[in-house]
Write a protein that binds this ligand. Structure first.
Ligand code: C2E
Ligand code: MG
Ligand code: MG
Length: 465
């Protein structure tokens, strides 16, 4: 079962070493570890007794983690200490909260579907003048039991390291069709819904067939489904993707090119392939009002789309100023926070019922300007000691009972987590009580002290800052 050119040895007691001189990629390390852990499912029969071995694996790599045989064993052994039963753990000298989180997510993504942890939100697309809902985009989210809500950009790439992304893509398709079917039965004024499909899913094949089967099963017309694909360099150079797109298009499913202008845009492709809609990347909305060059790019895209008979959606519209500009350029469809954030299913149903959304600019969140630099680390998670490095944060508030800090990091927020805040070299154990996502990408965490006496220290530090 092990890849060629691997060495197996007995270290001592119940510890063994497997050496792979040629394995370098993280995804193949993960695969091997998962295969080894599968061994724990193999029954060992001795006389009338049945045993299942429990396996823990610690991984360390040459030369990143250690540059001598002795240190490799040492670091692998530290990593082994971090692994739970029938799990593996990769050593990293730069094992910080981010890498730890990534690792944890990678391990648990396999069970996300089975445990019902994935769900969809719907972001309305509206008419630029009337605010009438003309469509929606289904966006996937993952509610992780430890790490809370995970945005797609954090786990879709992880899922693409294995076949998992296929299961996820098909889950999104099925869930979307199931919801549309429910809306039809509930007599809601439905609009076409787009789903994001990665080029990798199309390369794998059978996506068009899966769409056809799923649409039929839920009694949904192909005109109610749209596919959004990212323009990437592989997109048009791959015959399998081309075929899939042609088939989808022939079935009556519209194809939208997502994040247009962000990467590899070629006008000849637009004309050659069955693209119905161009979604202008968010970055253009952001600079539209101030930047003359952006204005001419957007103007040209709209002009070209008109010539080709394509629709255009402007993504990421957040302000009235941007909207006025887009109206002036005769861009008819808008998607962005100005009209609506992605909504939970029930809220989107209400929006559909009302049919229209008014534009409202978000209030910029009041960020307190007085903060003190500090760092945090995770101490314990679900009863297990964690050894990860520190990450910088900014402490913003301190009361007698709680302390708040800003960080872009997504941390778990529940009973089972203990953090240590390090403020002026003083370690302060805390537990996060709540997290509020701010518009600027930062998250504000409010934490309770595990030792209330330490509140004075934080209080004074903030006073004197
Ligand atoms: P996308 O397809 O370009 O989706 C739009 C993203 O922009 C969404 O982020 C949305 O919440 C965000 N957005 C919309 N309006 C605004 C705005 O006015 N301001 C700002 N700042 N952001 C806005 P989200 O949901 O985090 O999704 C990120 C990306 O993840 C998506 O980009 C898409 O490429 C990918 N994704 C989402 N769902 C799926 C899925 O089911 N499958 C696959 N393969 N990828 C998905
Ligand atoms: Mg999209
Ligand atoms: Mg986009």
């Amino acid at each position: 079962q092990l890849p060629g050119a691997s060495y197996f040895g007995h270290l001592y007691g119940d510890e063994y070493i497997v050496l792979f001189p040629n394995v370098v990629e993280e995804c193949s390390i993960n695969k091997i570890c998962e295969q080894l852990i599968e061994l724990s499912k193999q029954k060992i029969v001795i006389d009338s007794y049945e045993w299942y071995p429990s396996i823990g694996i610690g991984v360390s790599r040459f030369p990143e983690d250690a540059d001598s045989a002795e240190d490799l064993v040492k670091t692998a052994s530290i990593a082994l200490g971090r692994a739970r039963v029938n799990e593996y753990s990769v050593y990293s000298s730069t094992f910080n909260i981010e890498t730890y989180r990534r690792h944890q997510l990678q391990k648990s993504i396999r069970t996300a579907i089975r445990r019902n942890e994935l769900f969809l939100e719907y972001q309305p697309k509206v008419n630029a003048w009337s605010g009438t809902i003309v469509g929606a985009e289904a966006l996937i989210r993952w509610q992780h039991p430890d790490w809370g809500r995970i945005p797609p950009n954090d786990f879709i790439p992880l899922s693409e390291e294995s076949e998992m992304h296929i299961l996820i893509a098909d889950w999104v398709l099925e869930e979307t069709c199931r919801n549309i079917n429910q809306w039809i039965l509930a007599d809601l004024p439905i609009v076409p819904v787009s789903i994001n499909v990665s080029p990798k899913r199309l390369i794998h094949g059978n996506f068009a067939e899966t769409c056809q089967e799923t649409l039929q099963r839920f009694g949904v017309s192909p005109s109610m489904l749209e596919i959004e694909i990212l323009e990437t360099d592989v997109l048009f150079d791959n015959s399998k993707i081309q075929q899939s797109l042609q088939m989808l298009s022939q079935m009556g499913i519209k194809i939208a090119l997502d994040d247009f202008g962000k990467g590899y845009s070629s006008i000849s492709y637009l004309q050659q392939y069955p693209i119905d809609t161009i979604k202008i990347d968010r970055q253009f909305a952001t600079t539209l009002v101030q930047d003359k060059k952006t204005q001419s790019v957007v103007r040209s895209v709209l002009f070209m789309a008109k010539e080709f008979g394509m629709d255009v959606v402007a993504e990421g519209v957040e302000t009235m100023g941007q909207l006025h500009f887009l109206r002036g350029l005769e861009c008819t469809t808008i998607q962005g926070y100005l009209f609506s954030k992605p909504l939970p299913k029930a809220d989107f149903e209400q929006a559909m019922r009302r049919r229209q959304i008014a534009a409202t600019e978000a209030m910029t969140s009041p960020i307190s300007t007085r903060t003190i630099d500090a760092s945090i680390t995770i101490q314990r998670l679900n009863g297990q000691d964690i050894h990860v490095g520190r990450t910088n944060i900014a402490v913003s508030k301190g009361t007698m009972h709680s302390v708040s800090f800003y960080s872009p990091l997504h941390l778990p927020v529940h009973e089972g987590i203990e953090l240590v805040l390090i403020l002026k070299q003083q370690p302060i154990p805390v537990r996060p009580l709540q997290a509020i996502e701010l518009d600027n990408g930062q998250i504000e965490y409010e934490c309770q002290y595990l030792d209330v006496k330490q509140s004075h220290f934080v209080f004074e530090a903030l006073q004197s800052s």
